[in-house]
Design a binder for this molecule. Structure first.
Ligand SMILES: *[C@@H]1O[C@H](CO)[C@@H](O)[C@H](O)[C@H]1NC(C)=O
Ligand SMILES: *[C@@H]1O[C@H](CO)[C@@H](O)[C@H](O)[C@H]1NC(C)=O
Ligand SMILES: *[C@@H]1O[C@H](CO)[C@@H](O)[C@H](O)[C@H]1NC(C)=O
Length: 242
């Protein structure tokens, strides 16, 4: 009996210690920074990166950085009661803070997005007493394709050959190309060229037997970028030499 009650008392002390440590831990979580962690933008458009803080602590500064190796690049700092400071030409030209004088909204707008803007951004709120709370945001940049179509001059023949081609140049990710054709049988070959800037030029070649019955038929090349509506062009097949 005696042993059991001592044991209960000890576990009571343990419980008290455990509760205290939980309180300290939750004390560290008094600052909550919220972001949208993955964002996709289309080249040439504007994009908002969202980063908000919720806290009753004092917030003294907001910073935005771009993750770089070995050191992150500081893009801007914003201290309470001051104007934001934009620290690089990129930030000066194309970044603006969206929060108007209040610190809870740390959103930024990046204007006229470029492929080079792709990467990981870090937003941080300096709070007292918790210190700096940071979150990461991954920005992906999509590039719509430049579409061109081409009809090679071809002789009438009985073997299948390339009768039309459609190119979706320098897109990221690669564009999706389909053909809408007449009832004549056809085949398609696709080739990709991957550029250094990670865009892809995709060419789709339409193969048919270029008989005389092809003349006057239409084919439509439909290009679907990953974002945005389809583009493409209609081709009038059959400008053939005999
Ligand atoms: C493209 O497709 C045609 C028709 O199927 C075929 O004859 C030709 O060999 C293909 N060309 C390439 C480069 O794959
Ligand atoms: C990517 O590289 C290709 C090939 O050099 C070029 O045509 C294209 O304009 C570049 N795209 C961007 C967005 O820089
Ligand atoms: C091809 O398109 C032209 C103009 O869009 C149209 O006048 C013609 O009837 C079409 N041909 C066929 C076979 O559908």
């Amino acid at each position: 009996m005696l042993g059991a009650s001592r044991c209960r008392r000890i576990s009571g002390v343990l419980l008290a210690m455990l509760t205290a440590s939980l309180l300290i831990r939750s004390g560290q979580l008094q600052v909550s920074v919220r972001v949208i962690g993955e964002v996709t933008a289309v080249q040439g458009r504007d994009v908002t990166l969202t980063c908000n803080v919720e806290t009753k602590e004092d917030v003294s500064q907001l910073t935005w950085q771009k993750k770089m190796d070995p050191n992150n690049e500081n893009l801007l700092t914003y201290r309470a009661g001051r104007e934001p400071t934009y620290l690089t030409p990129f930030a000066q030209d194309r970044i603006r803070i969206l929060g108007k004088g209040t610190f809870d909204v740390g959103d930024i707008l990046i204007r006229d997005v470029r492929l080079s803007d792709e990467g990981t951004y870090v937003c941080g709120f300096s709070t007292h007493p918790s210190g700096i709370q940071e979150r990461e945001i991954k920005l992906q940049v999509h590039v719509p394709p430049t579409v061109s179509i081409y009809l090679p001059p071809i002789p009438v023949q009985v073997l299948p050959r390339n009768v039309a081609e459609c190119t979706a140049a320098a897109a990221k990710p690669p564009a999706f190309i389909t053909w809408v054709c007449s009832s004549l049988p056809y085949n398609v070959n696709t080739t990709d060229i991957v550029h250094q800037n990670k865009t892809v030029t995709r060419t789709s070649r339409l193969w048919m037997i270029p008989t005389r019955s092809l003349s006057g038929q239409n084919a439509t090349c439909l290009v679907l970028p990953t974002r945005g509506g389809p583009t493409g062009g209609e081709l009038h097949l059959g400008q053939y030499s005999v």
